[in-house]
Design a protein around this ligand. Structure first.
Ligand code: PBG
Length: 331
């Protein structure tokens, strides 16, 4: 049996030494969040005259095209990495016509942001039909109500071209249709948009935490997205999704949601030769804000801990509604 060390010389190794002062802790910090890692999702509603706060996401607004211009300038000044615009159209139909209309809300928003901030921020509009369809699904439906994968790809290609024309840097392909990245990539290339990239929502789970987002975009969804988004139970399947998206030309792969899926973020980071992003989604934001409003947790500390944890798991890029607030805290 090993000799029990004499109490005056034990323990020899004392990890607490490096935690003693803030300066020591800062020196040995393995992970740092920088404002340029952060992407701010923004909602823009057609026909709105004043920004309207989203009830389920206090501090987050449905914007007008004008107010989003100001927000874009603020985001650029804060040194954020980018903006992810989502459109809330005035009119919805079965195929999501407003998504491909060059004068549709998302295309107008993308042009307005680009006009306002030039190349100072990366602009990543959402490439998906759910905000634009009257049934709320991410694709077009067959007569039996199921989502038609391949017919949806044609719509994504059209939408991707319209967004590329409007000045998107990257397209946030979030619909979880099989083959969407390759299909959109080849449509872009054929049209000469070889410099427009694809940020693939590679591993996107069917999550209860999207609830507040559906309110933010006034989604009409009945039912759920379980036939196309991944099952929470599966991590290995995410590796297949990530590999497929990289093979099909994804420039960045994203895992979503973030905190409940940090194992998947870690697996993606170990596997992916392209940058990995994670989306700290609406329900993650809502939980944090609700608890902080009740005084049950410290808002600032909880934001920084959440973002640091997502980076520590391996995400280079974080989409988060806290981006501006976090950037101010990090300054
Ligand atoms: C699909 C899309 C969704 C989110 C981002 N893109 C909704 C969904 O899949 O139901 C959710 C983001 C969030 O909850 O913050 N267009």
């Amino acid at each position: 049996m090993a000799a029990v060390p004499h109490s005056s010389e034990y323990p020899v190794i004392r990890p607490r030494r490096l935690r003693r002062t803030a300066a020591l802790r800062r020196l040995v910090a393995e992970t740092r969040v920088h404002p340029s890692d952060l992407v701010l999702p923004v909602f823009v509603k057609e026909g709105l005259h004043e920004p309207v706060e989203i009830a389920t996401m206090p501090g987050v607004y449905q914007h007008t095209v004008d107010s989003v211009r100001k927000l874009a300038v603020e985001a650029a000044r804060a040194g954020l990495g980018g903006l992810m615009p989502f459109g809330v159209p005035a009119v919805r139909d079965a195929v999501g016509s407003a998504a491909t209309d060059p004068d549709g809300i998302l295309n107008r928003t993308t042009r307005a942001i680009r006009e306002e901030i030039g190349d100072d921020l990366v602009v990543i509009p959402d490439l998906c039909l759910d905000e634009f369809t009257d049934h709320g699904h991410c694709g077009v439906l067959r007569a039996d109500g199921s989502v038609d994968n391949d017919a949806t790809l044609d719509r994504y290609a059209e939408m991707g071209l319209a967004l590329a024309e409007s000045g998107a840097d990257l397209l946030g392909a979030s619909g979880m249709m099989d083959g969407q990245v390759g299909f959109v990539r080849s449509a872009l290339d054929e049209a000469g948009h070889t410099d427009t990239g694809v940020l693939a929502y590679a591993a996107k789970y069917a999550s209860a935490f999207y609830g507040p987002f559906r309110e933010a975009v006034e989604s009409q969804l009945q039912g759920d997205r379980r036939t196309y988004q991944q099952d929470t139970a599966n991590a290995t399947e995410a590796l297949l999704e990530i590999d497929l998206d990289i093979e099909q030309g994804a420039d960045i792969v994203m895992v979503k949601p973030a905190l409940p899926y940090l194992d998947v973020v870690r697996a993606a980071a170990e596997r992916s030769p392209v940058p990995v992003a994670a989306y700290h989604i609406s329900g993650e934001y809502a939980q944090l804000v609700a608890a902080a409003e009740r005084g049950w947790i410290d808002r600032d500390a909880a934001i920084l801990e959440s973002l640091t944890s997502i980076k520590r798991a391996g995400a280079k890029i974080i989409a988060t509604y806290t981006a501006l607030e976090a950037a101010a805290l990090l300054r």
